[in-house]
Design a protein. Structure first.
Length: 138
C-alpha cells in the first residue's frame, strides 16, 4: 500500500515572527505541544523559514546562549525544504534522512502551506504498514 503525505500530516501550522525571541518561540511550542514553527514572511524576511526544537537544542542550549536575547531569524533555516500532499511518505523519509532533518512543511498543488509532517508521524505510518487491511489495533 502506498501512503501519501496527506494521510499522515498534521494540518496545524503555527507561525512565529522572525523578530520574536527564541524564548517567545519556546513558549509557543510548549503551549501548542509542537516541536517546530514556521517563520512568517515579513518585509524584512522575504521567504518562509522553520525553527525546530533541534535548532534550539544545538544552537542555544549546547552553546550556553541566552534564548531571551536571540531572535528567531538568527536560528531559523531558510529557504524551506517542503513536500507536497501527494508525495509518498517514503520519499519524505528519504529527504529527512539525506538532509538530517525531522520536520517537513507540506504544500498543496497551489503552493500554499497546508500542514507539517515529522519523523514522529512515520512511527504511526510504520505501524499501519505492518497491519493487514482491516486489522484492528489492540
Amino acid at each position: 500500500m502506498q501512503f501519501k503525505v496527506r494521510d499522515w500530516m498534521v494540518d496545524l501550522i503555527v507561525f512565529v515572527d522572525p523578530d520574536s525571541t527564541v524564548s517567545e518561540a519556546l513558549a509557543l511550542m510548549r503551549r501548542r505541544y509542537i516541536h517546530s514553527l514556521i517563520v512568517q514572511i515579513t518585509n524584512n524576511n522575504p521567504s518562509f523559514g522553520i525553527l525546530t526544537s533541534t535548532d534550539i537544542s544545538d544552537k542555544v542550549i549546547a552553546e550556553n546562549r541566552n534564548p531571551s536575547t536571540i531572535k528567531v531569524r538568527e536560528l531559523m533555516t531558510s529557504p524551506l525544504i517542503t513536500v507536497k500532499t501527494d508525495d509518498p511518505i517514503q520519499e519524505c523519509a528519504k529527504i529527512m534522512r539525506q538532509k538530517k532533518i525531522h520536520h517537513l512543511p507540506v504544500m498543496d498543488n497551489k503552493g500554499a502551506l497546508v500542514g507539517m509532517i515529522s519523523a514522529t508521524d512515520f512511527l504511526v505510518a510504520a505501524e499501519a504498514m505492518g497491519r493487514e487491511p482491516g486489522e484492528k489495533i489492540s
